[in-house]
Ligand binder design. Sequence first.
Ligand code: SAM
Length: 270
Amino acid sequence: MRRAGTVLSLMLALLTACIVLTTSTPPITPSPITAPTPTPLTPDDETGFARQRERMVIETIERRGITSENVLRAMRAIPRHIFVSESQRDYAYGDYPLPIGYGQTISQPYIVALMTELLELKEGDKVLEVGTGSGYQAAVLAEIPGVEIYTIEIIPELAESARQRLESLGYTSAHCIQGDGYYGWSERGPFNAIIVTAAPDHVPQPLVDQLAKGGRMVIPIGPPGGYQTLWKFVKQPDGELQAFNMGGVAFVPLTGEGMKESEEHGWPPP
Ligand code: SAM
């Protein structure tokens, strides 16, 4: 009888411990890009970041062959450390992608500069970006004088934080919406340039349709989760695309409709 009582109290104690564990352990959620109360940056921090930014431009962008004055000026101007979470700030000027939450990344600065240069932007151009992410690439585009930017992000939280960040930095020429960029933004097209910063395994037809004649599209194409080829397409007067292979890259996959089509094409392989 006493034994049964002991077993019963043991079970009760275990049950209580389980309840405490389940209620006190926070659920694992993807880390949002903006910390609720980021530590304010001091003037000394800003001076340090400006120095790191200058070194980044000289050593990883100019030295690797980027010559467009507009692109170099944009890369010098934009505080990349504002586009990453506080825990990543110290790495903001390294030449590599960084996590921005939700399994996504802000692209490597050299690739951002290269893709922007390949777009050959000029005053009056309308640009579509697919994959806003942190908003950094959109800010680089918005630094090019006289260019209007339409950018689409599929993850609602990223779309909202990028929109707020671009607004707070005064980039009024960058318009950000949440949606599946596979379909482009037909109401705002045709576009003189289209940049896709997530990789599908084929060129989305809606983007081809929304590219103006003479327009340039820069897009990584390849299997999701692997390496892809960066392509530049130029739309000819007859509507055909002239293709230029710009080398190997590694981007996160284009999700949404792009991923559905990839699965129909047999990706990822079993
Ligand atoms: N350009 C971004 C920046 O400067 O931070 C980095 C882009 S990150 C490499 C790719 C982004 O594309 C991710 O934020 C991802 O959620 C987004 N994405 C993936 N598929 C998408 C789709 N179908 N439509 C719109 N955005 C998409």
